[in-house]
Design a protein around this ligand. Sequence first.
Ligand code: BJ8
Length: 428
Amino acid sequence: MTDASVDYRSMWTELGMDLEGHDLLLAAIPKLYADAYLSQHDRPEGMAYFDFVMSEIHGLRIKELHDHRAAGGTVIGTFCVYVPEEIIRALGGVSVGLCAGAEWAYDQVEQVLPRNTCALIKSAMGFKMGRVCPYVESADLVIGETTCDGKKKAYELFGELAPLYVMELPQMKRPQDLELWRGELDRLVAKLEEVSGRSLTFEALQTATKEVNDKRRALQRLNAARAASPAPISGKDALLAVQVAFYDDTPRFTKMVDRIAEELEARVAAGRGVAPPDAPRVLVTGSPMSVPNWKVHDLVEKAGGVVVSEELCTGSRYYEKLVAEDATRVEGLLDGIAEKYLAINCACFTPNPGRIEDVLRLANEYKADGILSYALQFCAPYQIETTSVERAARDAGLPVLRVDTDYSMEDVGQLGTRVEAFLEMLRA
Ligand code: BJ8
């Protein structure tokens, strides 16, 4: 899915990738993308940027990372929204999200991980074992975190294959947890200073904080337009914007998303939408959805509904909260980073009432008619927390469709039928 006129193969070979396997992967994505994305009608013109980004996902962007490293910078891989990209950026790093959204090399993966491991972990491991992900192969360091048990234990094996550093993320949000987490940021700074050969300065951290906040502000602006009826952009397109936020160049991404937001604001003013005003509006909440996992949004929107918001790490959990920019010393900025990140409401925390409040608030703000609670199979944190989501939604009078799935396409027929029945109920 890269520009056929440019030969990236020597770059991929240099990265130690399996070219044959990679060819197979690259051959599969364009069809998936065309079917989910290019088949949509009346997309915002600004989405052409994301079509281009996707067409160069393993080409031009990897070349940019290659050039960045050649100029003395680093590439840092991450698997979780708790890893602060402001610090990575301030130390000359480009942060790239590595969570993978497709099945790959499961035969190898299942030799080291139990079959009943969530698809996200298996996929991340498979991309590394199969040597088909140029992002992980470009990484000078991968940063893991102690979130769910599956990830925690898989990192022990992943660390045999790539340079890995694991941050200890507390599982509660008491003052002593914030203190522990703040200490973890100091330890992360020390590790990244060692890897980059640079020292963290106030100016660099202040600039990086502002740039990353600007990226999140642009996503907030784009998403705010989705509260309108008719919805001016599909859920699929909005999801793609957040997915790309994890690996695109930060200032360029901000500029392009602002441009799309402006276009959406004009659409809202003109009453122009991608779905009819009476299309059922769905809020999606649960486990993250990494590229190219567009399965649930695709089913909802092809069945005539529209996804209006995502309470996901590839959604509001990524862009809603900002880091305080007014500190006057490095320590103050790091305090703000610690507070912002610990305020994210992942189901790995206990108790986690903030997430339930977020779901209800978003459902209200985006005028959702119903909630689709999505969990990857074997993702215990989100599967179990679905019960609390269902109870709270029921009390608020909001119907919930519970979807437990993985990355295979085997269940799309059955899921499609359930989604259609759910939308029918919302229409009634
Ligand atoms: S902040 S959701 S990115 S940990 S899907 S691996 S939880 S078993 S990804 Fe996550 Fe950070 Fe939380 Fe977000 Fe485990 Fe569930 Fe798999 Fe998951």
